[in-house]
Design a protein around this ligand. Structure first.
Ligand SMILES: Cc1cc2nc3c(=O)[nH]c(=O)nc-3n(C[C@H](O)[C@H](O)[C@H](O)COP(=O)(O)OP(=O)(O)OC[C@H]3O[C@@H](n4cnc5c(N)ncnc54)[C@H](O)[C@@H]3O)c2cc1C
Length: 394
């Protein structure tokens, strides 16, 4: 079985390793000159415990399984992994019902060690945080997903597979017998092709003539980092109670494995698929995004929230205010702009942001169409799930 994988992010590499270890001949095709160049190398580095997700969803199941697999994998390979714990903090009494629902959902999802804390209890975990109550998830962890991706690539090589860098997939032709792929100057033939292309998902789907009712809309997540000595004010992860309508919104404080503390991310529309700043815009990408009815419906429905996020992007004081709500000792000078990332978020034709992971099988081609957070946490479990979906026989 010859398997081609598009994308050397954490997902493509986890799938490649899984398939190669099961005996397939695996080739990963990556358009960039290095692995983990996009979402995998530009995220918060949080190994999520699976608190918020809809019980029974792929996210809920694969996040929990993925976290356990990743913990074991990091231990086995000496990769960084630190259970710093996460506090979800209610800063007003009005947020208490929402906080309680989070604790209930976490228990329903089988998240271990969940505790509900009062104002004093939360300060025992995070001495500089304030709030009226919190939910504590002691096993939420941090890691370096780029380092994990590099180790997965090494495992793949040991199992006989290869990663071909600077090989953009430019053409795909599926027949009854195989899938022919043009990747940069190379022409390759596979029995199966699996796309884990993140922000490039729609281009790959179009090349494979696999239209569909979802399209990727890029949302940039911007961060500040805390300067020294303010980073000493945060031990682990401090999150707000999420708004159920916008679960990925809400600036939080995140300790990183290298000791930095991040404030963010927000979520602003990116002006290009790989639009890492306001200056990075692509007319071609914007035309494609605006042409999608789902993107226009989403904008019409959520423009107020969008404007608030854009204001937060342009005015540092909004970011500082969001962080000070949880750690009031922070001063504006403590926050320094740092590199952000762009989320590949699938949006349905009716304007709905797809919440769950989406994996689409079209004959010999498998397309991962929605793999937002916590897909890095879940990557090993998603790989196992895909391996069960794609039988290793012709
Ligand atoms: C700001 C931010 C914060 C996040 N925080 C977290 C977190 O704390 N925890 C968590 O679990 N998840 C988090 N995520 C989500 C997580 O980073 C992603 O879900 C995960 O990295 C997806 O991995 P991937 O391999 O699918 O995508 P990517 O890492 O984006 O990889 C896709 C690859 O495909 C390549 N590609 C695209 N098109 C082509 C083509 N035509 N030919 C060849 N190659 C191609 C790209 O160059 C890229 O390298 C965050 C994401 C962002 C953006």
């Amino acid at each position: 079985m010859r398997i081609g994988i598009v994308g050397a992010g954490i997902l493509g590499l986890a799938v490649a390793r899984q398939m190669a270890r099961a005996g397939a001949e695996v080739t990963v095709l990556e358009k960039e000159p290095r692995i983990a160049a996009h979402q995998t190398g530009h995220n918060s580095g949080v190994v999520h415990a699976g608190i918020y997700y809809q019980p029974g969803s792929l996210k809920a199941t694969l996040c929990r399984e993925g976290m356990a697999m990743l913990r074991e994998y990091c231990a086995e390979h000496g990769l960084p992994y630190d259970e710093v714990g996460k506090l979800v903090v209610a800063s007003t009494r009005a947020e208490l019902p929402g906080l309680h629902r989070i604790a209930e959902r976490a228990r329903e999802n089988g998240v271990p060690g969940i505790a509900e804390l009062d104002a004093i209890g939360l300060r025992e975990v995070e001495p500089h945080a304030v709030g009226v109550a919190a939910v504590h998830s002691p096993h939420t962890a941090i890691t370096d997903f780029s380092a994990v991706a590099r180790r997965l690539a090494a495992d793949l090589a040991e199992a006989g597979g290869s990663v071909r860098l600077s090989r953009p997939v430019l053409a795909i032709k599926q027949t009854a017998d195989d899938v022919a792929v043009a990747a940069g100057p190379e022409r390759l033939t596979f029995d199966r092709l699996i796309s884990c292309a993140g922000l490039g998902t729609d281009q790959v789907a179009d090349l494979a003539r696999a239209g569909g009712d979802v399209r990727i809309v890029p949302f940039r997540g911007e961060y500040y980092r805390l300067a020294d000595p303010a980073r000493g004010l945060v031990r682990g992860l401090i999150y707000p109670v999420p708004d159920p309508r916008y679960p990925f919104l809400g600036v939080h404080l995140t300790r990183r494995i290298d000791g930095e503390v991040l404030v963010g991310p927000n979520a602003v529309p990116a002006l290009a698929l790989e639009g890492y700043s306001w200056a990075s815009a692509s007319l071609r990408d914007l035309r494609r995004i605006v042409a999608w009815p789902g993107a226009r419906r989403m904008a019409a429905e959520h423009w107020r929230t969008g404007l608030r996020e854009v204001y937060g992007s342009l005015a540092k004081r909004a970011f500082v205010a969001a962080a000070r709500r949880y750690v009031p000792e922070l001063a504006p000078a403590d926050l320094v702009r740092t590199q952000g990332g762009v989320r590949a978020q699938a949006v349905a034709r009716d304007g709905r942001l797809l919440d769950d992971f989406v994996i689409d099988v079209r004959g010999r081609i498998v397309l991962v169409r929605n793999a937002p957070s916590p897909a890095a946490t879940s990557s090993l479990a998603i790989a196992r799930h895909i391996a069960l979906t794609v039988p290793l026989t012709s």
